[in-house]
Design a protein around this ligand. Sequence first.
Ligand code: PHE
Ligand code: FE
Length: 283
Amino acid sequence: MRANEHPDDMKSDYTCEQHPENYTEQDHTMWRELFNRQSKLLVNRACDEYLKSLPALGVTAEGIPDFRRMSEILEKTTGWRIVTVPGLIPGSAFHAHLAKRQFPVTYWIRSREQIDYLAEPDIFHDLFGHVPMLMNPVFADYMQEFGKGGVKATSLKAIRFLDRLYWYTVEFGLIKTPDGLRIYGSGIVSSKTESIYCLEDARPHRLGFDLKRAMRTHYRYDKLQETYFVIENFEQLFEATRPDFAPIYEEVRNLGDVEPYLTLPGDKIFSRGTVADEKLGSQ
Ligand code: PHE
Ligand code: FE
């Protein structure tokens, strides 16, 4: 099953039906392979909040899950639901779903040639990557507030700052635990290369999470990250994003953008990556 831009049954909010009966044996095999590979790799790498949600949700190696069953479990736990979409949808529609505690999940799965990398989200990224974290009550509330914040950011012409916050937390966030750094970002947990690189490679910076710093930092969606932001716990994330962002966006606009290979005075450095020297040395 491949990407299908406009399924016949797509509604104006970009949702459609999953049609689980349409998955081929090949699709289910792809899922099993991805699932087995990542669930092995994520032991002692992903945070407990993520890992314990996989079995709780019934995300297993069996095959591509039926969204209806999963949505029921999710709804009972944190009041979130899964809605089906054909792929990336406009930001405003995405934020509107989050604000209603609905997480858009792409229904199609990558092909074999894309097993290690694809430039857009598929069902494995959305379901295996994002949905488990929505079982955590604090993270679940953070995501809803994020959705509501989207409308405001758009009217303040600050959507790029909010996008970066999403990128450096929801997609590529790390969390500090007594056993060391752990992954909670969905873009990492669904990627073999990045789940090893983000924790073990000397190249990237690992910095303590700072709201404005994250909002100022550029990202590349098609490369391994050069900077990761580490949160202390999910309450920290929720509290840091509670204030009105209107004055914060103004401040961030004045402070200016930061390249991800740099560190700044005032950064709380967990580990300084070799990327800075690499880039500066080659200029
Ligand atoms: N507090 C933000 C605002 O005023 C909303 C928000 C909450 C954004 C949580 C992101 C995450 O816009
Ligand atoms: Fe994602």
